[in-house]
Design a protein around this ligand. Sequence first.
Ligand code: KIV
Length: 277
Amino acid sequence: MPKRKSVNEIMAMKAAGAKITMLTAYDASMAAMLAGCGVDVLLVGDSLGMVVLGYDSTVPVTMDEMIHHAAAVRRGAPGAFVIVDMPFGSYQSDGRDAILNGVRLLKEAGCDAVKVEGGLEICTTVAGMVAAGIPVMGHIGLTPQTASQLGGYKVQGRDLESARKMMEAAKGLQEAGAFGLVLECIPEQLSRLITEALVIPTIGIGAGVHCDGQVLVTNDLLGMFEKFVPSFIKTYTSLSPLIRENVTRYAEEVRNGTFPDSAHSFSAQVDFAAIIK
Ligand code: KIV
């Protein structure tokens, strides 16, 4: 098993010009598979809410749900660097709540770091968490927890004023001690400028090729989430039709008695008739 990376090693990848690979994981078996493929960082994203738990947004996701799934990811991939999203409401009220909830994720889920959404308004909170010993990754641009305030799931930073604000947020989060930053759904020219302005790595999703790393929702990459697929998602394969086809075959074989056949059954050299009185 490869040695688990440290925060410093993740940060050093930027200086070394090595792109960081990050993918979401929500359960032990997928976490083991992704880690086995050499993915640098597993993110237990609060996309969990939409991809796995059937919510309409990430807003309803709770701390207990994040811990439940993150602990499974940790068990499945003990050698992976695991970041867990702090769900909506777990860090916005005050710095004390943020620290207590961040500590829960580190202690109860065994993760290496947490991720929080927001700009300058959360910098004091981030600084407090980092001072308490919690490694924090920021997330700016399209922030799904507050998507309704942003006018929906839209590209952000398309005009000079919002781009300037985003640059300030990026620098503020770095100053507050964040060790990395997710940039979601922003123009590639802006993500390039932000990436060049920071010493901490940027991880892009819908933010172009100039980021220091990339993240995707694994279920999107594998074509297993069909509710909506944004244009910046590259679907590397389409597992949904394959799953449907094979599950349909299984159901047919059970119904017509061709599964299980003798190759998938046990037999014994005993006259079991003796047990019938
Ligand atoms: O929740 C999530 O999966 C995320 C990624 C899309 C960055 O935050």
